[in-house]
Every structure is written in structure tokens, then in C-alpha cells.
Design a protein around this ligand. Sequence first.
Ligand SMILES: *Cc1c(COP(=O)(O)O)cnc(C)c1O
Length: 293
Amino acid sequence: MFDQIAQSVAYQKLNLDSPVTVTVKRLDQIHPQISGNKFFKLKYNFLKAQQQGLNKVLTFGGAYSNHIAATAYAAHLFGFKSIGIIRGEELAISPLNSTLATAQQFGMQLHFVSREQYRQKDRPEYITELKKQFPDYFLIPEGGTNPLAIQGCKEILTAEDRKNYDVICCGVGTGGTIAGIIEASTAHQSILGFSALKGDFLRRDIQQWTSKKNWQMTDAYCCGGYAKTTPELLHFMQSFEAEYNIPLEQVYTAKMMIGVFDLIEQNYFPKDTRILVIHTGGLQGRLPRQDQS
Ligand SMILES: *Cc1c(COP(=O)(O)O)cnc(C)c1O
């Protein structure tokens, strides 16, 4: 399924006046709707569902979730039914934002739940309940992170990427993507994660998925927390796009990129370090939005 729809992605070397080199791997180009890392996270989940004879998927997300957008489109494309459990009861009575309207247009059934109920999403009792309610649905966790997603994210790094780069940088939300990249890396490489949210718990989450030690993570560029922004971040995003003609979005990729640039400025990387920055996509949710809610 997924391999047939993959489009080729560009490697774009940034023209920097710097002792290091920075190349952006444009996973945002892999598919117009199943964008970036979500393509890799969903691939083996959909295959597994198909192997189990299921053509229905159920998953979870917030109002602007890239995962919801990608899952809805993949389901549509491969002839699956889909259900999205969406955080925020109040959304049920307001007009849908573009992420949710598009998901619905692609056939996803939206179920709005309170934030309190949404917090239960990983609890065994709630999962059992959902399985009873939707017996023939294949469940994909929030953000799509599970062992199948990590298997998919290992394919983000190619044999050339293992040879050609010393440091791999990527954004971190649930940690599934970086875990796959770490698993696929060589011992000579180091992986740097830029967290989109505050907190140390992510480090433990990532450690659940990999025993390798060649990685580090920082939340120094999360701008106060998940989906939070600062004027500096938005300004950086705009000037980066203008300078390099690479669109970013404010939740993950801009925070990662501002971090990479800051570390370069601080001479964090030794001379001649070959840095590969993974553009994980997510442009469907970028600011400015027409329908800010
Ligand atoms: C979901 C997402 C991430 C985070 O991926 P995780 O596997 O949850 O860490 C990073 N970048 C973009 C653009 C995303 O949509």
C-alpha cells in the first residue's frame, strides 16, 4: 500500500556560512496528505490491520493533529473506514477547523470526548471498552506510536544517510519517530531530538523503545510547551522560509530548526560535522490558519 504511493524526497543543503553542513531531508514531500513521519508511522499499522482482515481503524488526536489528518487520508485511499476520537467536547458544537473538516471529508467519523475522558486513552479499561464498542476496528494509539510505527520509522534513514551524516536531528512529540531513527542509526552517528513539549518523561518513553545510547534530547526550544509559540519562533519560521524556500510549521519543525541554528551558533557541533535534519512534515497545521479556533 504505502510503498506504491511514496514520492521521492529531496535533500536540500542549506547555504550557510558555517564550519558545519546542514542538509534537510524533505519527508514533507513523501506524500501530499500522508505527510512526513506519519507516513512511516502508519505504514505497518495499516498492513497489520489488513493482515488481520480488518479494514477499519480507530485512533486519537487533538483538533489540529497531523496524525488524524494522515490517518483519515490513508484510510480513504486504502478503502478503510476510520474513527477519530478527538480531544475536546466543545468542538462538537463549533464549526470544524480545516484539519477536522478535511478528515471528515475523507470519511473519518469524529467522536468528540472531554479532556478528562481523552486522558484515559492509554488505560487498559478504556481500550477494552473501546474494543467492545468498536469490535472490528484496528486501534492505533495517539500520535500513532507503537512497535509497528517504530518499525516504519527505521526506514526514514537509508543506507546513504547512515554513511553521509554524523548527526541526525528530528522533532519529538511522543518519541516514536526518534526511536525508529535511533534504532536505524550506526554507532558513529548521534541523534538529537528537539522536543515540542516540556518535560523529562519523554526520555523514559524513548528508552522504552530503544536500548541504544547514541542520542540526546532537549526541550530547550519548546517555547513553553506543546503547540505554544513565541514571536521569535514565528519570526524565525518566516525568515527561514524566505531564505531557504522550505516551509516549516510551528508545532515541531520550526522548534527543531531554531534549535539546530542556535546550537550551530553556540559552536556545539565540531567543525565539519555533517548534520541531517529530518523535515517531518505536518504542514497542514501551519500558521497562519484561516480558521483559528
Ligand atoms: C507527529 C509529528 C512529530 C512527532 O513525532 P513523534 O513520533 O510523536 O515523536 C514531529 N513532527 C511532525 C511534523 C509531526 O506531525
